[in-house]
Design a protein around this ligand. Structure first.
Ligand SMILES: Cc1cc2nc3c(=O)[nH]c(=O)nc-3n(C[C@H](O)[C@H](O)[C@H](O)COP(=O)(O)O)c2cc1C
Length: 403
């Protein structure tokens, strides 16, 4: 059953298909997007994705069940085809009839068809126009477009350029990601023609995030977007992270140092990757002989292990801190409910402030204006129906809502 969106302008093909109140998606983040964060998002009117890539096989179904206990709203799951238990994620997604799956390196056409036949929406994240087109050819129902400023693995084209290009290239609803954190962004994305926004870093930086305070403080402390930069040192792929001494050591340490770090990570990760020690050593030897691609295979274990140190163990200086550049613009940790309320509030204000369109009138009559189609009536009745509080600070003049 679809929850009605609070306000007409915020009711989009995304809210209709995902069954959420607001066109706001909490994206998956390894170690972070757990049952609690996902349920908090869904209960607050957004749509959350569980991060399955870092969930061990024996914990996966329990985490799905926990999410179900914490919310009666639909939610989704995120996975990668190269994770060892990808087949298990696919089966459990279908068994539990989750509303949507998100993925980067995605499943094949046959698997996508299985999802679709089971009523599971396929919602890949892409960082390039050609990947968006390909994803839709393979059967994607909705595409999330992540611009370069986004956190974690990311492309090189900023959201403001990538989003309109993808909107022009595909005929499915497009969700904008990379750099979003407030209602201005939501209003802007809708004005571009997107069906909603998706955010990672903004949800990481909430009171409902499981990330330890020591690590969250590093995210709060950074206020220069240039310090949140892209590096390939972790797993060979471009990944955006907050600069820290650990990352610098990884980058400056040279190939052998990186290989040693990767071997250590692979050792710790082997229970989940299923990599035997012999396989690991063979891959390491090939990596030394052949360079890049084999090295990348073994470095794949780096990302989860090095991120875990910061995100789970609370040792931010001994691991890496994936983040969108948007962390530099965030200095508070609201609850997810406060966050979504403020975003919706501000988006409404921005949309209502769009210049009215002139109405053509018969000659002799005074010119009238009509609200911009994106703008919405903000009646007390609508607010009450949506369970929204009175405007923050009595409605700020420039439509700015502080989080
Ligand atoms: C700490 C962190 C971990 C992430 N882990 C994953 C992941 O496991 N799977 C995935 O598809 N994307 C992952 N991402 C990317 C996010 O889902 C999302 O696409 C991105 O954060 C959006 O950009 P934003 O941070 O500017 O909102 C991660 C991002 C961050 C910041």
């Amino acid at each position: 059953m679809n929850a009605p969106s609070a306000l007409p302008a915020l009711r989009t093909p995304l809210t209709e298909r995902l069954g959420c109140r607001y066109p706001i998606v909490q994206t998956a983040m390894g170690w972070i997007a757990d049952a609690r964060l996902v349920a908090a998002t869904c209960n607050a009117g957004g749509f959350g994705f569980l991060a399955a890539a870092t969930l061990p096989a024996d914990k996966l179904e329990a985490e799905i069940a926990k999410t179900r206990q914490l919310t009666d709203r639909p939610f989704g799951i995120n996975f990668h085809m190269f994770q060892p238990n990808a087949a298990q994620v696919i089966e459990l997604t279908i068994k539990h009839r989750l509303r949507a799956v998100s993925y980067g390196r995605g499943p094949d056409q046959a698997t996508i068809k299985r999802f679709k036949d089971a009523g599971v929406l396929c919602m890949p994240t892409v960082g390039a126009v050609k990947h968006a087109v390909k994803a839709v050819e393979l059967g994607a129902d909705i595409v999330t477009v992540q611009g370069a400023e986004g956190g974690g693995h990311t492309g090189s084209v900023p959201t403001t350029l990538l989003l309109p290009q993808v909107l022009d290239a595909v005929r499915v609803p497009v969700v904008a990601a990379g750099g979003f954190y407030n209602g201005r962004g939501l209003a802007g994305a809708l004005a571009f023609g997107a069906a909603g926004i998706a955010m990672g870093t903004r949800f990481l930086m909430t009171a409902d995030s499981p990330v330890p305070r020591e690590t969250l403080q590093k995210y709060l402390d950074v206020n220069d977007p240039a310090r949140i930069r892209v590096s390939t040192a972790v797993d060979g792929l471009p990944q955006r992270m907050i600069d820290n001494p650990f990352l610098l050591r990884l980058e400056r340490g040279g190939a052998l140092h990186r290989l040693l770090v990767a071997l250590l990570s692979a050792w710790r990760w082997k229970a989940r990757t299923g990599m035997s020690v012999a396989h690991m050593l063979r891959t390491a030897l090939t990596a030394l002989r052949e360079g890049d691609s084999a090295a990348q295979t073994i470095m794949a274990a780096n990302a989860p292990v090095l991120i875990q140190r910061a995100m789970v163990e609370g040792r931010p200086d001994e691991g890496v801190l994936p983040s969108g550049q948007v962390a530099a613009a965030i200095d508070r940790l609201p609850t997810v409910a406060e966050l979504l309320r403020a975003i919706v509030e501000e988006a409404e204000l921005r949309l209502a402030a769009l210049p009215p369109l002139p109405v053509p009138l018969p000659q002799g009559e005074r010119e009238r204006t009509t609200p911009h189609p994106l703008a919405t009536a903000r009646t007390a009745e609508v607010r009450r129906e949506a369970g929204m509080p009175e405007p923050l600070g009595g409605g700020r003049g420039r439509g700015e809502v502080q989080l």
